[in-house]
Design a protein around this ligand. Structure first.
Ligand SMILES: Nc1ncnc2c1ncn2[C@@H]1O[C@H](COP(=O)(O)OP(=O)(O)OP(=O)(O)O)[C@@H](O)[C@H]1O
Ligand SMILES: [Mg+2]
Length: 1011
């Protein structure tokens, strides 16, 4: 049982930390007494009673639905290490079996000890081979780094063992997706990663560590490597890339080691930089400043600190940098030690003497000069004899300080430190020496001091930081402290301390960052996908953009990337996987399980649906949700049981979802769909796509197809054409999973013809996708004996060809339509046929015939009552015929009738409330007024409306046309440059829809300025 969830379920989560600190687990919990609870800090009698009652319920087995400890089987990104002893066969020949057993035991013990320190997991001992996981059972954001550091330390630990034989190890490390748990042994892993780690191990020289490409990518510049290029790995197709890890690199900044290799220009953040610069100006005047820079991982804290340092490059100042690291949280003053080693310029092979000399120079530099100045100052006030005494004293003092620092850096101090110094006193004096150094430096030049990632700070550095903040009040020092939101700071009350919490980038900034990472412009669909998954977190944007580009879905076309097919479902960037999963793992099994169920429902999920699907008791659910909300992973809206929850990050949702295996995942989606249908009928009516999605994921293909169809038609009627097209596509994808029967083809025909209509509105009449959809629909239609209800398919082809200027093909399609609808005596379709041919004839200049076809169409429509074909044709045919007829009247010389027709068409479209039909009438009305050079304001009004409406509805074709007319109006009103720019932009957009028919008209009717 998860004690944290249990406490949250009782609404007593405030004791979670105390329970954790005192190692109260599920085994101890039932034993707790009132006395124990008091010791744990549960001081309120009411709380103690509540806890004791709940504990009693636990022991009597009355706890609602006690948590079954089912073995968890998951998909996880794991870093797997394989460690083997060199020459063990020879050893076994040489040694007595008992000695050998002792040797192996010592080796196992040494390895296990180091692995534990890095929070790895020894999965199995196989003779002298050891299989170790990092990222299981809990993920850490730095699992690959932990594994690498651990491996280097194992090599060192084993070769340093004082045994009868000198032992050596070979280590291989690989990272990849695996399924863990549920095998013959509880911690079995399935996937190629363990095999790769084992193979790399066999290729390693004694006492070396080999890593694969994935691990290498994750640990970036944190280590120094030898690139071994392609190596043969038995059992793997072809070769694999391998590196030998030499040692940790000397780069101390995690930002530089992991993220600075491919910096893109800084996007936004002007206000934040300005604030920091203002604080710098204050600090320079001697009013020391502290800025607490906080924000979630990847939001840009380190980047801002780096940008500020860049901006100050031209000014004389000291830049002191301190970095906390996740694996050094219990090394006292680790950030200070690495800072000093860097500042002094220690090299790896420096002897102690050289290091001491470098340290002396670091401290001596300016220090002696300063001492002399102070001594000289005192000399002015004292007698000559005492001046020497003062200097001796100061020098001794300087000596002690240096000795303390030398001691901190594990260098010999040659008796320079008093023998009787207690550890506490030594610590205080060391901190004082460090503060003195800061003070001395700041007297020479202003200091920019950056202390990074203090959520990982060790307690002594924290003390130093507390003292530093106090000390710099009157010093020219700007101290920037960065941390993530989980860190509880207690500094913000002071007057010289400001807080700066970094927010997400806005949509435009996010887009700019994605394009900067790509290096060229990206298709809209890709930008939309990236922004929907990354929520303005720069690191997420960078990594997801790289994943998209590396996925090979985009075609590189000189200045832009082009998407030739729908974007496939993309996995979470491996670089983010561990860090996202770590956030969930930290909360325990039940909270993660609830997150998984929530993630399967969607980005947001209601408590009611969760409770219907998750197999957990109410207290467990409440407890788990409270943990998730408390950790900032999900937001809560409303109060339980009516609350809904929203994943704060889409990628956290993806991470939770990605751990589910296929079987349980399908079952879960099936349950969600079932619960939706049974209990949430309103949601099913208003969002059939939701149900469709769950059925598809559950593998219930037929049900999913029916729901996709429903969703597509529902969107069409509401003019949400882009959504409709996507939904029909999804339906077609599902159909492809069924056997190729006449029923399937019939359903496909339905979807393709509806898709053609939806795409026409979303992408434009002459877009290649439209042509393809209708071509496929036509093929199926012909195969199935041209069923009457799909007679509008040739009509779709007709407009497609007409607008591409292929009038012969357009007329042929019209003739098919006329002939078949006459043959079948289908008046509705005959009306459609007349409208279509009327339009084509207008384009070819046969105006008289065009007019009579259109009038014929309208006469038939009257007879057809309300039976419009709007959801098949994409627009209302009657409205359409009227609008085209208006144009024909004008060409025939009847402007009044033209205007009248146009007005009626608009009024009819408005009455129907159908946006796509209204777009047609507005566009044709604007064209009419343009040709008439009618200056009553209607042209401007209709053009403006058309642009606004088609932008909102994503009607690509009509938006392009509207932009051209709008530009034309602006030119006429004297705004020539802007107007011409709009016409050009509109024309480019028009051609981009594949249409050509209006190009001569546009260039001919354009203002004289453009010609
Ligand atoms: N405004 C920005 N413009 C362009 N790139 C940015 C911006 N902010 C951050 N980045 C990039 O996003 C990535 C993550 O930023 P950074 O490392 O500074 O985040 P962080 O907040 O320090 O995260 P962590 O808590 O993990 O240290 C980096 O590659 C950085 O260069
Ligand atoms: Mg950082």
């Amino acid at each position: 049982m998860d004690v944290a969830v249990w406490l949250h379920g009782l609404g007593l989560q405030q004791y979670e930390q105390a329970f954790r600190d005192n190692a109260i687990d599920a085994v101890i919990l039932p034993e707790l007494t009132s006395e124990d609870l008091r010791d744990l800090g549960v001081n309120l009698v009411g709380h103690r009673r509540k806890l004791l009652a709940a504990i009693a319920a636990l022991s009597s087995g009355n706890a609602a639905n006690p948590v079954a400890a089912a073995p968890v089987v998951e998909r996880r990104l794991l870093t797997v290490m394989f460690c083997d002893l060199v020459g063990s066969t020879a050893l076994s020949v040489r040694r007595d079996p008992e000695d050998l057993r002792d040797l192996i035991a010592a080796y196992h013990h040494a390895v296990a000890y180091v692995v534990k320190r890095f929070e790895g997991f020894v999965a199995r001992y196989m003779g002298d081979g050891i299989l170790i996981y990092f990222g299981y059972p809990r993920a850490h954001e730095d699992d690959a780094e932990r594994a690498s550091r651990c491996a280097l330390e194992i090599v060192e630990a084993i070769s340093g063992l004082k045994l009868a034989e000198v032992l050596q190890a070979r280590i291989g490390i690989a990272t990849g997706m695996v399924v863990v748990g549920g095998g013959a042994s509880e911690h079995d892993v399935v996937g190629e990663t363990p095999n790769l780690a084992a193979r790399l191990q066999t290729l390693a020289e004694p006492n070396t560590v080999l890593i694969d490409e994935n691990t290498r990518r994750l640990i970036g510049g944190l280590f120094e490597y030898r690139d071994l290029g392609q190596v043969e790995a038995r059992g793997f197709v072809g070769t694999v890339l391998a590196w030998k890890i030499l040692q940790p690199s000397t780069v101390t900044s995690r930002f530089e080691a992991l993220r600075a290799s491919s910096l893109t220009p800084l996007i936004g953040r002007n206000e934040e930089i300005e604030l920091l610069l203002r604080r710098w100006q204050c600090a320079k005047k001697g009013e020391g400043q502290v800025v607490l820079l906080s924000g979630e991982p990847g939001i840009g804290k380190s980047r801002i600190a780096a940008v500020l340092a860049e901006r100050l490059l031209g000014e004389p100042h000291y830049h002191l940098r301190y970095f906390c690291a996740p694996h050094h949280q219990s090394t006292a003053l680790h950030p200070v030690i690495t800072h000093l080693e860097h500042a002094a310029g220690f090299a790896r092979d420096d002897s102690t003497a050289v290091k001491l000399d470098k340290l002396r120079r670091l401290f001596g530099e300016g220090r002696l000069g300063q001492l002399r100045r102070r001594v000289a100052y005192q000399a002015a006030q004292r007698s000559r004899g005492r001046e020497q005494e003062a200097e001796r004293l100061f020098l001794t003092l300087a000596g002690v300080r240096q000795a303390l620092v030398a001691d901190l850096l594990s260098l010999p101090t040659a008796g320079a430190l008093p023998d009787n110094l207690s550890p506490q006193r030594k610590k205080e004096k060391t901190l004082e020496a460090l503060l003195e150094r800061l003070q001395d430096l700041s007297h020479k030049r202003p200091v920019l001091m950056v202390f990074e990632d203090v959520h990982w700070i060790d307690p002594t550095s924290r003390e130093l930081l507390d003292l530093t903040i106090e000390r710099i009040r009157q010093l020219p020092v700007l101290l920037i402290i960065t941390f993530r939101p989980e860190f509880q700071e207690a500094w913000s009350g002071a007057s010289h301390v400001s807080t700066l919490a970094l927010n997400r980038l806005d949509a435009n900034e996010g887009e700019a960052l994605a394009e900067a990472v790509a290096g060229k412009s990206l298709p809209r669909a890709v930008v939309a996908h990236i922004s929907s998954r990354t929520d303005g977190v720069p690191l997420f944007i960078e990594e997801l953009t790289r994943t998209v580009i590396e996925s090979g879905s985009l075609r590189d076309d000189r200045h832009q990337f082009i998407l030739d097919r729908p974007l496939p479902a993309l996995s979470i960037p491996p670089s983010l996987h561990a860090s996202l999963l770590a956030r969930l793992d930290r909360l325990g099994t039940i909270a993660k399980e609830v997150a998984q169920v929530g993630a399967a429902v969607g980005r947001d999920f209601s408590y009611a649906l969760l409770a219907a699907v998750a197999q957990r008791s109410e207290p467990e659910l409440r407890g788990a949700l409270s943990l998730l909300v408390g950790a900032g992973l999900v937001f809560q809206r409303g109060i339980l049981p009516d609350a809904t929850f929203l994943f704060k990050h889409a990628l956290v949702q993806d991470a939770a979802y990605s751990t589910l295996l296929r079987g349980p995942r399908q079952a879960l989606h099936g349950e969600i769909a079932g619960a939706l249908e049974a209990r949430f009928s309103e949601a099913v009516e208003t969002q059939p796509e939701l149900l469709a999605q769950h059925y598809a994921e559950a593998g219930l293909v037929e049900k999913s197809i029916a729901c996709w169809g429903k969703a597509g038609y529902r969107s069409t009627v509401r003019s949400a054409m882009a959504e409709a097209a996507a939904q029909f596509h999804r339906g077609l994808d599902q159909l492809a999973l069924l056997p190729n029967t006449p029923e399937r083809r019939r359903q496909e025909l339905e979807f393709y013809s509806a898709l053609g209509a939806a795409l026409t509105t979303a992408k434009g009449y002459a877009a290649p996708e439209v042509g393809e959809a209708y071509a496929r629909a036509r093929e199926l239609w012909d195969q199935l004996g041209s069923p009457s209800e799909f007679l509008h398919i040739p009509r779709g082809q007709s407009i497609y060809y007409a607008l591409r200027g292929q009038f012969d093909l357009a007329l042929r399609a019209d003739e098919d339509l006329l002939r078949l609808s006459r043959q079948r005596n289908d008046r509705a379709r005959l009306a459609l046929a007349y409208t279509s041919s009327g339009r084509t004839l207008m384009f070819t200049g046969r105006l008289g015939l065009s007019r009579s076809h259109l009038e014929e169409a309208l006469a038939l429509y009257d007879a057809v009552s309300e039976g419009t074909l709007v959801d098949q044709a994409g627009t209302d045919p009657c409205v359409n015929a009227q609008a085209v007829l208006a144009s024909v009247y004008l060409c025939l010389g009847y402007p009044d009738q033209a205007l009248k027709r146009s007005k009626t068409a608009i009024a009819d479209a408005r009455r129907l409330g159908h946006q796509a039909s209204l777009a047609v009438t507005l566009a044709l009305s604007a064209r009419l007024h343009l040709l008439l050079e009618d200056d009553d304001g209607t042209l401007g009004e209709h053009a403006g409306l058309l642009v606004a409406m088609s932008t909102e509805q994503s009607f690509a074709y009509w938006r392009a046309v509207g932009t051209i007319y709008d530009g034309w109006v602006r030119v006429k009103h004297g705004d020539v440059a802007e107007g011409i720019w709009m016409i050009r932009r509109g024309s480019t957009a028009y051609s981009a829809t594949g249409a050509t028919a209006l190009v001569p008209f546009i260039s001919d009717s354009c203002p004289e300025h453009m010609r």
